[in-house]
Every structure is written in C-alpha cells, then in structure tokens.
Design a protein around this ligand. Structure first.
Ligand code: PLP
Length: 460
C-alpha cells in the first residue's frame, strides 16, 4: 500500500469519523467502544484500512458495486480529462459522454432504446414509477396506476421506493407510504409456499392472482429484480420468467426489471434479465454501471414507452416533466464508458461465468461439510449461502451466529456480507458473496476457505 498520510493524520481521520460521520446502516452505539473501520486505499480486489491492514473484498465495496475492481487509472484519467473539458450541464441540453454511453449501452440491450440519467438506484426506480403513473394519467384515463412489487425484493431507500420494499425491516417506521403499490409473493424455491412440481410457474401464477384481485385495469406495471439481491440472493425457479412475461402481455402490464445489482456483468451477462429471455419495457441500473468511480444511474425504456411521452407539442403536460440535477454530471457517463470498455476488453463476462461456477461448486462442497448451510444459490459472481439452525425444519440460523461467521471471515482478512434478519420470521439469513468480476481462482478459494474456517470455529 502506498499511503501518503502519516499515522498521525490517520488517527485524526478515525477520530473525525467517529465524531462527525453518520454511517449508513449502522448502529452507532457500537462505535462508542469500537473504532469505526475507515478504508484508505484499494487496488484490484484488495483494500487497506487506516491501520494498514489488508483485506480481500468479496462484496465489491460492500454493496455489489465495484465490478471492475479498485484503482483503475484509466477510469480516473478519463474522468479527469472530461472534467477539465466540461464537468456539467443539465436540463434539456445534452453532453458528449451521455450521448456516447447511451448509444453503447443500447447496443447491449436489444429491444430497448432510450436512456434517462440520474444518480442512484432509488432515483432510477422512482423515475420509472413516475413514468408509469404519467402513462396511466394520460393514456389510461387514470386507470392502470398501480405498481406491483415482490416480497423479498428491494428497490431503494426513498419513501416511494420503500413503498415497494418486499423486506419489511427496511420499510418499518418510515411510513405512512403512498397508495397504489401492491405486493406479490416471493419465488424462493427453497422456501416454497406451494408443494407442487412446477413451482416456478405456480409462483408466477400467484402474480396473476394478485392482478385479478386488484383488477387488471388498475395495474400498470410490475417491478422485479432478475435475481433478488438483499432479500437473500434468490435465483428464479425454472419456468418462472416465461410465465411472468406471458402474464404481463396478457394484462398489458409494463415489465420493469430492476438491474441495480445485476447490471453490468454481475451475473455473467451484461444484465441479469438476459439469462431468462425476458423482454422488459423498462430497465433500471446503477451500482455496476460505473463501478462506483462516479455516481450514475439509468432508467432505460423501449421506444414504445418513450413514444407515450411525445404527444402534440402544444400540450404542455405531455412530456416527462422530471429532472435530476446531477444527471447532468459528465463524470458518470464517461466513467461508465471506460468501465464498459474494461469489461469487454478484459473478457470479464466470461471470467464471471467461470469464477461464479467455481464459487458455487466450492459452496456446495461446504454445504456437504457444514450442516448449517441449508441452501446455496447464485448466478455468476453473485452467490449466497442460506444458513439454518435445522436442515429439516429450515429454521433460520440465529442472526448472532450469522454475524459471527461474517466476523470470523473478517478476522482472516476477508470481507463477506450477510442479509439482515427480516421482521417477518427471519428469512434473510444468507451469506452474500459478490467479488469484483476480475476475481481469480485463488481469490475465490481464499473466500470460501475463510467461510469454511469461520463455520468450523463457530460450530465446533
Ligand atoms: N435496487 C436494488 C435491487 C438494490 O439492491 C438497491 C440498493 O442496494 C437499490 C435499488 C437502491 O439503490 P441506491 O442505494 O443506489 O439508491
């Protein structure tokens, strides 16, 4: 590590953090006795903190983001060059990187056509919800205004996106929520609600039941994660997506796929939906679009959706009356262009597929060895291991043990993640693994070895 700060400076940094920073998702009482961890530098898959301690990051910056790894000079240089040329212009005018990235992105998304820029996954989803509501107001006489979402999925942290949170622990205490968001059942086969052979189709049929209950003419869209992330790394069961697509067509419901975690490349294809032959109307993305080198999110639509906002020019209410101030920053799209070039030129989609298979295979070996691993799931470098107290009853493992496994990995210098326990019976007891798409076989083995050791220590 090449630290330019002295140890004195670093002690000051930790003190400043402890005194003044309000950390995300953190219980701060904890920091009254323990120093917050503050990272100083990253390179590839590695991170270093203020104590000079080295870590292998198996969660891409904590939340599935740094897909091309840390310390990419070519992205930093591209952003620097762009910032001194033109850092920003927002509103109705465009800028060069925004146009070039939109064209490049659409090349990877056959059937889609328009890119609307903003800065976070929540914002991208909220834009999509606004599009659906405006389409309802203008083209369906105020009908088709409801948006369906799925149990265990997550779409963001704003009030409207929390209204579509399928994870009750995220939404609790922040209500009341706006009307018109309706939940459909989850599709996790390991915890199947219907004891049938064609579980995937049955889980999709449950969506149709909700549509019929609500009234098809009231439902405008459904938002779904292609592979559920924070809700427990849920890969879709066989037959699920085919049926979901049929149902959306049958009732003229827009299919909005939330790719905030899966895009770009996390599952081994540019987008998660591309594994399942889905034809979405709206796709949102954020985290992996520029790998965290700059803030950027996109709400991408088909030309048919876009056309619905192009009524007569004299109608002053017909266009999408929305703006994102920092959607005019050029750093996002220029970083995204370089991020995409790296993924292509370094063959990272192929690497993700290969390394993802290795990770799943390693986890399945661990499952044979450790009774607390109830289920192993994943697609590409997006894997989860669900921990249970009892394999027969599938009683979720107590959160203290789950956190002890995470801490056990950290003690070995490997950062892994875990979903939080849910309020509704504790179904979010899953270890989450999502290393950068550059991971090598040695990295993968180091990660799963750390889990093996941590489990052995916790459950002697
Ligand atoms: N959608 C999904 C699937 C996510 O996992 C997240 C964040 O974790 C979001 C949306 C919200 O993204 P952001 O935190 O950038 O607002």
């Amino acid at each position: 590590m090449s630290l330019t700060l002295t140890q004195n400076d670093l002690s000051h940094v930790v003190a400043a953090d402890r005194e003044h920073v309000w950390h995300h998702l953190s219980q701060h009482k904890h920091y009254e006795t323990v120093d917050p961890r503050v990272f100083v530098e990253g390179k590839g898959m590695k991170l270093w903190d203020t104590n000079g301690r080295e870590y292998l990051d198996a969660v891409s910056g904590g939340v599935w983001t740094v897909n091309v790894g840390y310390g990419r000079e070519s992205i930093a240089n591209a952003v620097r060059d762009q910032l001194v040329k033109l850092n920003y212009y927002a509103g109705a005018a465009g800028n060069v990187p925004a146009a070039l990235f939109a064209a490049k992105l659409i090349e990877k998304m056959p059937g889609l056509s328009r890119v609307y820029y903003s800065n976070s996954g929540s914002e991208a989803n909220e834009k999509a919800y606004k599009m659906v509501r405006q389409i309802a107001a203008r083209h369906h006489g105020g009908k088709k205004w409801k948006i369906l979402y799925r149990e265990r999925d997550y779409h963001g942290t704003t009030i409207a996106t929390l209204a579509t949170s399928g994870q009750p622990q995220r939404a609790a205490q922040y209500g009341p929520y706006p009307d018109g968001f309706v939940m459909v059942p989850h599709c996790l086969e390991y915890r199947k609600q219907w004891d049938v052979e064609n579980y995937g189709e049955r889980a999709a049929d449950a969506i149709e039941e909700v549509i019929l209950r609500e009234g098809p003419d009231t439902v405008g869209a459904i938002v779904l994660e292609p592979v559920t992330a924070g809700g427990g790394v849920i890969t879709p069961p066989e037959g699920y997506w085919r049926r979901v697509q049929e149902i959306c067509r049958k009732y003229e419901i827009l299919l909005h796929i939330d790719e905030v975690v899966c895009g770009l490349g996390r599952t081994g294809s540019w987008f998660g939906y591309q594994h399942y032959d889905i034809k979405p109307d709206i796709v949102t993305m954020a985290k992996g679009v520029a790998s965290g080198y700059a803030a950027i999110s996109c709400t991408v639509t088909t030309e048919q959706v876009f056309d619905l906002f192009k009524d007569a020019p004299q109608d002053t209410m017909s266009y999408f009356r929305d703006i994102s101030t920092f959607g005019g920053c050029t750093a996002g799209p220029v970083a995204a262009l370089e991020n995409m070039r790296i993924i292509e030129e370094e063959g990272l989609l192929e690497n993700t597929t290969r390394m993802g298979e290795r990770m799943l295979a390693n986890l399945n070996v661990l499952r044979e060895k450790h009774a607390v691993i109830g289920d192993v799931r994943g697609k590409g470098l997006f894997c989860g291991a669900e921990l249970v107290a009892d394999r027969k009853t599938k009683e979720p493992l107590d959160e203290r043990h789950v956190q002890a496994v995470v801490a056990g990995c950290l003690a070995q210098g490997v950062i892994i993640g875990a979903t939080n326990r849910s309020l509704d019976g504790g179904l979010n007891n899953t270890l989450c693994l999502s290393p950068a798409l550059i991971a090598t076989a040695d990295d993968i083995d180091q990660i799963t070895d750390a889990i093996d050791n941590a489990l052995a220590k916790e459950f002697v």
